[in-house]
Design a protein around this ligand. Structure first.
Ligand SMILES: Cc1cc2nc3c(=O)[nH]c(=O)nc-3n(C[C@H](O)[C@H](O)[C@H](O)COP(=O)(O)OP(=O)(O)OC[C@H]3O[C@@H](n4cnc5c(N)ncnc54)[C@H](O)[C@@H]3O)c2cc1C
Length: 400
């Protein structure tokens, strides 16, 4: 009999891959017409538009195993940011871009205390390789204040940057999640696959048996009932669907076609929310400066992630901001689409492992570990390992 996995997002695919590698028969059921769940890429006239700006952090441990660098065409962002306020300022990681140290220090973004806090934060991140086993109760704002960061620096850098990562510029996230994400940025690179983020689930799904357009209506012990009434018998069931009560962060991103900007540094651009508290966007980038296949030759694609927790800015205002930030004539920036993801990041505990067994089922999904690519992959693998362990125990006459 088959193990059934519900959902062909990264978690379900990671579970299915683990099961298949251990010799189990596995079938993945996916309600959508495409695999990938929350990792999708549109092709609009040759411009690649990820459904919400996201990046793969190469320091993720599970991800490095699933997508070995030699098999993936990954393109990294520069380790830094250009920050747009009354003036344009730059902040680059001194260890990776030593030639930019003076530009960063001369940018007057921070006080001497902020520099000390940055150094102690950077040192504190050294030992973090993955998600914590147990999350502490501290929240991000208290954590940043405890480290001694000024409000000016927090609003100029952390709020637009981490607000974009967590899709919540109030930074109401556990300090552990911030430490984990910053450690991953510090240890490795933020990268895009040549073909867009959907290349990640596409690679992971190779060789797996997946039925798309197949909505699971109900689950009973060892039975999955799909819309239309078909019943699929299962040896075990891994369900990656989050509970209906899950709280979600949403996001809106606008994508534009444009000429190639003069400055081709593949870097993230942030709104200095200290100097421009009403900026229409949190951040922007030109992914085609990172991975050239994101736009037709001689063109660029620009992404702008809108502010969170406030009404969306009109396209015209965003276009004007991109024109200023990328030094491009506004008339040459053409709106391609606006992507809205209402259920983007679930409230999640930020922990390395979950108890997958739940009333005869196995649960996985980023909502059980951490709302990230790493959390999703990890939760899927852990649930699959629990299934394998239980099936082996059943077939072993000593333990059965
Ligand atoms: C805009 C955005 C930006 C992000 N940025 C980053 C980032 O930069 N870095 C990072 O690490 N992570 C990022 N993430 C998070 C990351 O993409 C997710 O954590 C991860 O993709 C979740 O995978 P999952 O398999 O747990 O869930 P999902 O991808 O949601 O998969 C669940 C699947 O189950 C299917 N399903 C649901 N109900 C049924 C049913 N009844 N029958 C059959 N199938 C069903 C769904 O269609 C879906 O395909 C971002 C996410 C978004 C949306």
């Amino acid at each position: 009999m088959t193990v059934v996995v519900i959902g062909a997002g990264l978690s379900g695919l990671s579970a299915a891959r683990t099961l298949q590698r251990s010799g189990q028969q596995v079938l993945v059921l996916e309600q959508a017409s495409e695999i990938g769940g929350r990792v999708q890429t549109l092709d609009i006239d040759g411009y690649r538009v990820d459904k919400g700006f996201q990046v793969l952090l190469t320091a993720y441990q599970e991800a490095a195993e699933v997508w070995p660098e030699h098999e993936m065409d990954l393109f990294p962002f520069a380790a830094g940011a250009v920050i747009h306020g009354q003036e344009v300022k730059q902040l680059f990681d001194p260890l990776r871009h030593p030639s930019k140290v003076w530009q960063s220090l001369g940018s007057k973004l921070f006080t001497m205390r902020d520099i000390k806090s940055l150094l102690s934060l950077r040192l504190g991140l050294q030992g973090i390789r993955g998600l914590p086993e147990d999350a502490s109760a501290e929240q991000a704002p208290e954590f940043l204040a405890r480290l001694g960061f000024s409000e000016r620096f927090t609003n100029a850098f952390f709020r637009p940057f981490l607000g974009g990562v967590f899709l919540d510029e109030s930074l109401s996230v556990p300090a552990d999640a911030v430490r984990f994400v910053l450690a991953m940025f510090a240890r490795g690179e933020a990268a895009l696959p040549a073909q867009g983020m959907s290349a990640l689930p596409a690679h992971l799904s190779q060789g797996l048996s997946i039925r798309c357009n197949c909505t699971v209506a109900d689950v009973e012990p060892r039975k999955v009932i799909v819309d239309g009434g078909e019943v699929i018998d299962a040896q075990a069931i891994i369900d990656t669907r989050p509970p209906a009560s899950t709280a979600w962060q949403s996001t809106q991103m606008m994508a534009f076609a444009s000429p190639v900007p003069q400055d081709t540094t593949p870097v993230l651009h942030l709104a200095n929310l200290h100097e421009q508290p009403d900026a229409p966007i949190l951040h922007a980038c030109a992914p085609s400066l990172v991975a050239p296949d994101y736009a037709p030759q001689g063109k660029a694609v620009l992404y702008a992630t809108l502010r969170t927790g406030r009404p969306s800015a009109p396209v015209e205002e965003v276009r004007q901001t991109l024109s200023n930030w990328f030094d491009l004539p506004k008339d040459h920036i053409e709106h391609l689409t606006t992507v809205e993801v209402r259920q983007a990041l679930p409230e999640s505990p930020c922990r390395a492992s979950q108890d997958a067994r739940d009333q005869g089922l196995y649960r996985s999904g980023d909502w059980t570990t951490h709302a990230s690519i790493e959390g999703a992959l990890r939760s899927g693998r852990i649930a699959a390992e629990a299934v394998i362990q239980d099936l082996e125990a059943k077939s072993d006459p000593e333990t059965a």
